[in-house]
Design a protein around this ligand. Structure first.
Ligand code: HEM
Length: 404
């Protein structure tokens, strides 16, 4: 029997994915999306099993990029991008993944993350400096979340100020195709070009840290192996991964969390009134309004999930946002309950779980604490989800009047 059509890439879906995800969980939890030629998993148990299943591998840069950028089929640009992306952590399997991840985790110890707190706090203060003491209007996406997310990456890498505009433009170009893909040639070519340029910038930065180590994350990745050319190259590659994985995701996550609170004024009031609620509230906001909707894998052999036959070579997308709303895992899942407790699937689990989770949580904590200083928040005008993708969903702007 042919599967019903579930428009997972439509404008309506990005505006509010949850009604469709509920239908998918109930009606067709393992769904073949013909236009993408990929399987989507909607249930919590299928998603958690898939991200740990060794038959579903991460070595899928070729299949994923070819699927996402059909306009560049057979071109040198696409081949170059595949070559580069194949070496990112997110596209590796053991034993290479284990080695590269070990190197990356040098930079993500709890102490190392805590050391950037002051810089995160300073970027929150800078962003809020544009709001007068008596209150005023702020676009939470572009005047608040974006500069914070950018500053945090620049700070952990020690990126000089004059390179930040290029850094932002190239990253945005790449992220635009990384999630939903690009059927037109222009954005696809822009992404491949930006990918090469960003890589060049990071290679120069790594070389600079080799020569002059500092207290930044790149220096920690290099550790005592800074004179090994293979390690220098590996660190450059994984910094590129970090930029792709950590900038737009964090920006959108701050905006999604603020929007969820604006849409639930009772929970916002509860957060203001309850000391100690911020920690659990962050976990709940990550569950309820995640910025990353899916991850993906490639079937290395034929396998069965939920009664469906997946063939070797097919892509599989566990929908983490749907796992987060599965009533089998989270009772009354469509209710935002800041005191709920428990962990969301937003950063995934298993060998590829997001190493940036603690940093993203710290950003959210500082960002919300900064905004909560203003006793009233009021949404001004509308918002939409232009530019959203399966990888990165967030409002394209969010004007809020902060009052005293
Ligand atoms: C709220 C913001 C973020 C969200 C929602 C998020 C989510 C995710 C997800 C879903 C994955 C895929 C896991 C899998 O396939 O099993 C991932 C991987 C990854 N993330 Fe994040 N992430 C965020 C922020 C960050 C930050 C700030 C960094 C670093 C600066 C980062 C670095 C990475 C890396 C390196 C990987 C690849 C890990 C691997 O394959 O072993 N992320 N992230």
């Amino acid at each position: 029997m042919a599967s019903p059509e579930y428009p997972l890439l439509s404008k309506n879906f990005f505006a509010d994915p949850y009604p469709l995800l509920r239908r998918l969980r109930d009606e067709c939890p393992v769904y073949y999306h013909a236009p993408l030629g990929a399987w989507f998993l909607a249930r919590h148990d299928h998603c958690t099993a898939a991200v740990r299943d060794r038959r579903l591998v991460n070595a899928r840069a070729r299949q994923l990029l070819s699927t996402l950028m059909p306009a560049l089929h057979g071109t040198d640009e696409l081949a170059a991008m595949i070559g580069q992306w194949s070496r990112l952590l997110w596209f590796l399997d053991p034993p290479r993944h284990t080695r590269s991840r070990g190197l990356v985790m040098r930079g993500f110890s709890a102490a190392a993350i805590e050391r950037v707190r002051d810089e995160v706090r300073a970027s929150v203060e800078d962003a809020l400096a544009s709001v007068p003491g008596g209150g005023g209007e702020l676009d939470v996406v572009w005047q608040f979340a974006d500069p914070i997310a950018l500053e945090v990456l620049c700070a952990i890498f020690g990126l000089p100020g004059e390179l930040r505009a290029d850094f932002r433009r190239w990253t945005t170009d790449i992220m635009q195709v990384a999630g939903a893909g690009a059927t037109d040639e222009d954005p696809a070519l822009r992404a491949t070009d930006s990918s090469v340029k960003l890589f060049g910038l990071l290679a120069a930065l790594v070389e600079e840290r080799r020569a002059r180590p500092g207290d930044d994350m790149i220096s920690r990745f290099l550790g005592d192996d800074r004179d090994d050319p293979a390690v220098l190259e590996e660190v450059t590659i994984q910094c590129f991964q970090m930029v792709g994985a950590g900038y737009v995701t964090s920006r959108n996550q701050i905006a999604c969390a603020v929007l969820a609170l604006l849409e639930h004024p009772d929970e916002l009031a509860r957060l203001r009134a309850t000391p100690g609620l911020l920690g659990p509230a962050i976990e709940e906001l990550l569950r309820f309004a995640p910025s990353v909707l899916t991850t993906n894998r490639l079937a290395a052999e034929d396998l069965e999930i939920g009664g469906q036959q997946i063939r070797q070579g097919e892509l599989v997308f566990p929908i983490l946002a749907s796992a987060n709303r599965d009533p089998a895992a989270y009772p009354d899942p469509d209710r935002l309950d800041l005191a709920r407790g428990g962990r969301p699937m937003t950063f995934s689990i298993g060998p590829h779980y997001c190493p940036g989770g603690p940093l993203a949580r710290l950003e959210l904590e500082e960002a919300l604490q900064g905004l909560l200083r203003f006793p009233s928040w009021q949404l001004v005008g509308g918002f939409d989800y232009r530019g959203a993708s399966l990888q990165d969903r967030g409002p394209s702007q969010l004007r809020v009047r902060l009052g005293v």
